[in-house]
Design a protein around this ligand. Structure first.
Ligand code: F6R
Length: 609
């Protein structure tokens, strides 16, 4: 899980390489490096730590040249260190490579290469690629790269550079993302669009197995068999600022505040003119098609999994179809019962999460129909699935996912309504009424976002507690899970979410005087039961922050503080209750001085198991 960049053109490569890497640090930030061809040899500079350490190291002595590659790393094989940082070179220094992914057969290859006399400088899997390239090079750079690709197993996006042919970079990918930005007299390579967006909006998105020879004024792409491939230019429709912080201190806060727009974008083109129907142009499902499924699985990781839990609730409640939800890393190894009567829905913001992608591939192999809910157009998951619903949330840069979650909820809600309409499991009036309430959600999120001062106060007051508990029933429990994940991942506070009714089966033992408990109580059918659970924790002197809908005058009698969100249908309320929980996590992390956008040990895109 790393970020890679490449430059070929007339300008000094180092400018783009450092700029591009800074936009890819969300993919990994434990070390960084660049390699630039200076007209005679390739100069490699690398440094453990953030990109800033590398910049400091080369300040005043920047590598000069207009062909270069760069890398920002998130360690898998070999701990973060200068020598494990990329780029990696062969014995001669003539071949240099940057890599995102894992070379699975690297130990066997390494042994073989050592026997052939190669000496290794790092503990990484990637270094074998550089030595292998040296070994198989017989005067034709591209042919040598192809031979390397025949020998390596695993997942990768790779950019190769050679002193033997210093007019081009060669890049390829398998199961990891790679794009080429098309410039004027210069071209760019990157793991993701934010890296190139300040230079160009015109891109080629590489597919697995494609090999691109990128020169300053030409790009030749061939497939696995070496046959030429004609690519369509993909025009990026985000603007450069969308990939920047836009005046906010952190990407996370910016993305939390972008939610009204993001959810509006997700829903706006999917509602009929009369406001009574959901339009899913991408799907065009029929009653027969829906009836052909005897099983629906939702599979995802982390926050996307939490969105899946809400999705299950929506589909079961509105479309009356049984849904099972699983985390991808469990699902893929439990020999799930999947066949042609299965609908598999995978959810992934990045569209690159390796476990989710693997679950998708396996289910397709077993005959399932597959639907992806993702944010990244052209991502691996989007390309692998039979059908795709894009969240259209815009780039999500902060490691902690926020607007991806709310837009995924919107899509699940709309998908459930769409299914309900086809199955006639809800009346037209009810569907129209729910769509009406859905349309109010962007404004209601804005309203929730405007009341941030009490949340800042709670964060300052309780931000130094070591444990926080989240409780709720039904949909409130699903949101509690997401709230607790947000808190722990960015503030490092130990946070646990419990189904409120489960508390007394063990966890109540941990509730002692002064422990903060965040209690969500918005679901009418279980409201009284939730109140009893709140009384249980209050009786143990917990400090309770209740989350309720406007119009609820009851909850405040039993809790220490209340945060209210606007009233809506209780199905839609997770879209509102999650917002104060995101903000609470954010301000708790700020209170504790944590690096919000780059929490320790985590990276945005988990492309390894
Ligand atoms: C938490 C978070 C992660 C991701 C998970 C899946 O804030 O961001 O839990 O949700 O890694 O990522 P995607 O959605 O890209 O598959």
């Amino acid at each position: 899980m790393c970020g890679i960049v490449g430059y070929v053109g007339d300008k000094q490569a180092v400018g783009f390489l450092l700029e591009g890497l800074s936009k890819l640090e969300y993919r990994g930030y434990d070390s960084a490096g660049i390699a630039v061809y200076d007209g005679a040899s390739i100069r490699v500079e690398k440094s453990v730590g953030r990109l800033a350490s590398l910049e400091e190291k080369i300040e005043g002595n920047m590598p000069k040249g207009s062909l270069g590659i760069g890398h920002t790393r998130w360690a898998t094989h070999g701990r973060p260190s200068d020598r494990n940082a990329h780029p990696h070179t062969d014995c001669t220094g003539d071949f240099v490579v940057v890599h995102n992914g894992i070379i699975e057969n690297y130990l066997a290859l390494k042994e073989e290469l050592i026997e052939q006399g190669h000496s290794f400088k790092s503990e990484t899997d990637t270094e074998v690629v550089a030595h292998l390239l040296e070994e198989v090079y017989h005067g034709d750079f591209e042919a040598a790269v192809r031979e390397v690709l025949r020998r390596v197993e695993g997942s990768y996006s790779l950019v190769f550079m050679s002193r033997q042919q210093p007019d081009c970079l060669i890049c390829t990918k398998k199961d990891n993302p790679l794009i080429i930005g098309l410039g004027d007299g210069e071209n760019f390579i990157a793991s993701d669009i934010p890296a190139i967006i300040q230079r160009t909006r015109r891109t080629f998105i590489l597919n697995d197995g494609e090999v691109a020879v990128v020169r300053k004024d030409s790009i030749a792409i061939t497939n696995r068999l070496g046959e030429p491939v004609t690519k369509k230019v993909f025009e990026v429709n985000w603007n450069a600022e969308a990939a920047e912080k836009g005046g906010y201190e952190h990407f996370m806060l910016k993305e939390i505040n972008e939610q009204p727009k993001a959810v509006r974008d997700t829903m706006s083109q999917r509602i009929s003119k009369d406001g009574n129907s959901v339009l899913m142009e991408e799907l065009k499902w029929t009653k027969e098609y829906l009836n052909s499924f005897n099983k629906v699985y939702i599979v995802a990781c982390g926050t996307a999994y939490h969105a899946g839990l809400v999705g299950k609730f929506y589909i079961e409640k509105l479309a009356r179809i049984i849904v099972e939800v699983d985390v991808a890393s469990e699902f893929r190894y439990r020999n799930p019962i999947v066949d042609e009567n299965t609908l598999l829905i995978v959810v992934s913001q990045s569209g690159e999460t390796s476990d989710t992608l693997a679950a998708l591939k396996e289910s397709r192999r077993l005959g399932a129909k597959t639907l992806a809910i993702t944010n990244v157009v052209g991502s691996s998951i989007a390309r692998e699935a039979d059908q795709v619903l894009y969240t259209w949330a815009g780039p999500e840069i902060a490691v902690a996912s926020t607007k991806a979650y709310t837009t995924q909820l919107i899509l699940f809600f709309m998908l459930a309504l769409y299914m309900a309409e086809i199955k006639e499991s809800q009346t037209r009036e009810r569907i129209g009424q729910l769509i009406g309430m859905l349309k109010n959600i962007p404004a209601q999120i804005s309203e929730t976002l405007s009341d941030v001062e009490p949340i800042k106060t709670f964060a300052r007051k309780y931000g130094f507690n070591e444990d926080v508990f989240y409780i709720g029933r039904s949909l409130d429990y699903d949101v509690a899970l997401e709230g607790s994940l947000k808190l722990k991942e960015i503030s490092y506070i130990h946070a646990e979410a419990y189904a409120a009714g489960e508390l007394k089966h063990g966890t109540l033992a941990l509730i002692v005087e002064g422990v903060p408990v965040i209690a969500l109580a918005t679901q009418k059918s279980v409201y009284e039961k939730t109140l009893s659970n709140i009384k249980e924790v209050k009786a143990r002197d917990a400090v309770v922050i209740g989350i309720a809908a406007e119009g609820d005058d009851e909850l405040q009698k039993y809790v220490d503080h209340v945060i209210k969100v606007p009233e809506t249908d209780e199905l839609l309320i997770p879209l509102l209750t999650v917002v104060p929980l995101q903000l609470l996590a954010y301000y708790a992390a700020i209170t504790r001085g944590c690096d919000v956008d780059k929490p320790r040990n985590l990276a945005k895109s988990v492309t390894v198991e």
